[in-house]
Design a protein around this ligand. Structure first.
Ligand code: ADP
Ligand code: MG
Ligand code: ZN
Length: 639
């Protein structure tokens, strides 16, 4: 028998060995992770090659056996004269049996891409969609066109559900489109077994998945039930899947293909450029009253007699601003999630029928707005991301005529939004994307939007339809921020010593020698206005020279400012940081907005992605009324 001492010595040796082994394991784990990452990248690259090669086919042709029928259905059943860009490509690809993902901005007409093919051949197109109200709208409008469509949701009556389920089995059932919620697929065995029967009978034509980005956690509205849709491609081989979304980032699209088990499938993407929208950033005054004055002028003069939306940050804002505008004699309605559905829908209708000039809304006012002649979308407070901004502002000008997207920006609003969103992953990064867009006074605003959607629209595609391009500033001043960075850093250090936390407002005060004396720095006041000072702080924030530090209080969350990772660079002797000084361009609040926009843009058939031809008109907005109206031709791909 060994003594206890001997055994304990043995344990120590084993422990030493274990430490070595664990170090080895960690090394190999790292290696394993690296290899996995490499493999994923290679797989993505293969998928990209596959997708690109599928996309190089001209899908917009009219030589297919179904081409004549497609055209007839478009005109006779849907009463639509011609296709919008990429619609025909999507239709031909799914009729050819390809899996495809269609990426088009909201309002571009994605529904037609599965509704029309559903009518070309006998059999059923199953449509999966996350929103019951949108499905109800679609089924109603299809029924009005005498198209046999049914809907199955968790709220459908027993009889309706039975009827729909039997239609899946019954070869002679008059049905071409069946709308279901994703949980039907995930949870209803009876539905799945009937769908298998339908497939076995050769009647399952295709599966359309609307808002397909909902499968991805990287998308902005992930739905757990969408995960289950991955089984479809295995369960129903040879049935084409058609996913549709307005989310265009490569990350999400890759993820969606992976989850649906259709890696490397065809991706059909139409441009996100909305040439008829004019983008404008307005300086937002600090007092609510002055804000109301701006809104009042815009509604009374610039947008007299026109319809629009004013997006606000909170329910309280939407009510207060609506009240304020009503007191100033305007007809507006407020809209937010805390209202009864009946009240909300009555507000919507009053706006739709032009009884209200504007809806003052939170982002709850979104899905299902189908008013084509929205002439203005004003953001009283910035959106929480470019994605959101694009969606919200994109509700303007659906009719293709000129419309304006005006955003009121001031630094303070950054923190209104950041304190609301900061706890979810990636949200600050998204918000800072929006801030960059607002701070920008040099680049075309379209260019910033294009970058967000991984597109290249080129400078020329704006046609002076943003405040930067329409007021070119050839004399952009830049300020060097090196010394200012040092000052700001020292103010923060000093406050830390004094155990004081600085909000952006307090930091600005100290920098501009205002407020509490012991927080102020020792030098001179900056030689520019406080408005520019605010831009500097925001700029340093989005460039990570400063960071926000969130603290909860009993009633709210406060954002304090601390030094960010890039502030270390300031110590470097070669450090240079130049910020272009933004000037807010003029914007006439009190005269009517121009009716046209300055170009004739011709978009050629949908296999050519670019706007190929432009003609600039010399006409100015002021005399536009007397000139003959210019047209925008979006030539369809069927002619
Ligand atoms: P999305 O799903 O892309 O947001 P929808 O499918 O809801 O858009 O379509 C938006 C509107 O555009 C609908 O009113 C639809 O009837 C209309 N629309 C679709 N395609 C065309 C077209 N080719 N020509 C004219 N209107 C169209
Ligand atoms: Mg849609
Ligand atoms: Zn521009």
């Amino acid at each position: 028998m060994n003594s206890v001492e001997e055994l304990e010595r043995e344990i120590k040796n084993v422990d030493k060995e274990l430490v070595k082994v664990e170090a080895e394991i960690a090394k190999w784990r790292n290696k394993q992770r690296e290899l996995h990452e490499k493999k994923t990248k290679l797989k993505n690259a293969i998928n990209k090659v596959k997708s690109d090669s599928l996309a190089s086919v001209d899908w917009a042709g009219t030589q297919y056996e179904w081409s004549d029928k497609v055209k007839t259905i478009l005109q006779e059943v849907f009463a639509i004269k011609s296709f919008r860009p990429k619609q025909l490509s999507a239709i031909n690809s799914t009729l050819s049996g390809q899996h495809a993902i269609v990426v088009m901005p909201t309002g571009a007409g994605k529904s037609l891409c599965y509704q029309l093919p559903a009518l070309v051949k006998p059999g059923i197109t199953v449509v999966i969609s996350p929103l019951v109200s949108l499905m109800e709208d679609q089924v109603r409008s299809l029924t009005n066109k005498n198209i046999p469509a049914k809907l199955m949701t968790s709220t459908s009556s027993k009889e309706d559900t039975s009827l729909a389920l039997n239609m899946l089995k019954d070869k002679n059932a008059p049905i071409q489109l069946l709308y279901v919620t994703p949980e039907r697929l995930a949870k209803s065995k009876r539905f799945m077994s009937n769908l298998q029967k339908c497939y076995a009978d050769g009647r399952l034509q295709r599966i359309a998945i609307d808002e397909v980005h909902c499968c991805s956690q990287w998308g902005h509205d992930f739905r757990p039930d969408y995960k289950y849709l991955g089984i479809l491609s295995n369960m129903f081989p040879n049935v084409p899947i058609l996913g549709l979304t307005a989310t265009a980032t490569a990350h999400v699209l890759n993820d969606v293909q992976k989850i649906l088990n259709i890696p490397g499938c065809l991706v059909i993407k139409s441009t996100f450029n909305r040439p008829n929208l004019y983008y404008k950033i307005l300086e937002k005054p600090s007092s609510q009253d002055n804000c109301l004055t701006i809104l009042e002028k815009l509604l009374k003069y610039r947008y007299k007699g026109e319809s629009g939306i004013i997006y606000t940050h909170s329910i309280k804002d939407s009510e207060d601003i609506a009240d304020g505008l009503r007191k100033r004699g305007l007809k507006v309605g407020s809209y937010h999630a805390n209202m009864e559905p009946a009240t909300r829908s009555s507000v919507h209708i009053k706006w739709h029928d032009k009884h209200y000039q504007a809806i003052v809304a939170t982002v709850a006012f979104g899905m299902g707005i189908d008013k084509p002649d929205v002439r203005f979308v004003i953001h009283h407070t910035i959106s929480k991301s470019m994605e959101n901004y694009y969606q919200e502002s994109g509700r303007a000008g659906r009719d293709g005529l000129r419309a304006e997207c005006v955003t009121l920006y001031r630094m303070q609003d950054i923190f209104k939004v950041s304190t609301m969103v900061f706890s979810s992953v990636g949200s600050l990064e998204h918000l800072y994307g929006m801030i960059k867009y607002c701070l920008n006074g040099v680049l075309c605003r379209r260019q910033l939007i294009a970058e967000h959607f991984d597109e290249d629209w080129g400078n020329a595609d704006c046609n002076e339809m943003c405040d930067v391009c329409s007021h070119p500033n050839n004399n952009i001043k830049e300020i060097s921020l090196e010394t200012h960075c040092k000052t700001i850093a020292s103010i923060i250090d000093n406050a830390e010593k004094l155990d004081t936390k600085l909000t952006a407002q307090k930091l600005l005060d100290a920098w501009f020698l205002k407020g509490s004396v012991n927080l102020r720095h020792k030098g001179k006041e900056p030689n520019f206005s406080r408005v520019i000072g605010e831009d500097v702080i925001a700029y340093l924030l989005v460039e990570s020279y400063l960071v926000e530090d969130f603290h909860y209080t009993a009633y709210s969350t406060i954002s304090y400012i601390k030094k960010g990772p890039n502030m270390d660079l300031v110590q470097d002797t070669n450090f240079v940081l130049l910020m272009p000084v933004r000037k807010y361009s003029t914007f006439e609040l009190s005269s009517p907005a121009p009716k046209d926009y300055n170009t004739t843009t011709i978009i050629v058939p949908d296999n050519e992605d670019k706007i190929v031809k432009k003609r600039k008109s010399k006409e100015t907005s002021s005399d536009s009324k007397t000139k003959k109206s210019k047209i925008m031709i979006i030539e369809s791909d069927d002619e």
